[in-house]
Write a new protein. Structure first.
Length: 135
């Protein structure tokens, strides 16, 4: 329409806005895990949530260990979503991240086991000397 202003944001900025929105509308499973990971409560590691990495948004990320944690609900069993997850996983690994996938059901039924798995993953990884966004 005449006089209408259209603003197009670069894709990276769009991910920043989306990640902020996702933080405000987290799932119950994200909230449950975030309570364990936030504020360096988990092994004094700094986790962030809904972190843009390239063209993707990681559910949780510890930059210091280059560890990404993805929470998956039942919809991730669907073929199309599973293929997208595989692409995201491959991209993150190519960027130097280790990816740990956790089912929401496991978080509900075995929180201690999930935390132990995260601990095993984090302690097996070296500390990144160039952790961006830290300081």
């Amino acid at each position: 329409m005449k006089g209408e202003v259209v603003v197009r944001l670069p894709k990276q900025n769009s991910l920043v806005f989306l990640s902020k929105a996702l933080r405000k509308t987290q799932t119950p499973w994200e909230a449950k895990l975030w309570q364990q990971l936030r504020a360096k409560r988990f092994n004094n590691l700094k986790f962030k949530r809904q972190v843009p990495i390239g063209r993707y948004i990681a559910d949780f990320c510890c930059v210091e260990k280059r560890l990404v944690i993805e929470l998956d609900g039942g919809q991730h069993n669907e073929r199309k979503i599973s293929l997208l997850d595989q692409q995201k996983h491959a991209y993150l690994e190519k960027e130097g991240y280790s990816v740990l996938r956790i089912w929401n059901n496991d978080l509900d039924n075995n929180l201690e086991g999930v935390l132990e798995k995260i601990n095993e993953s984090a302690t097996s990884l070296p500390t990144s000397p160039h952790a961006w966004g830290e300081g």
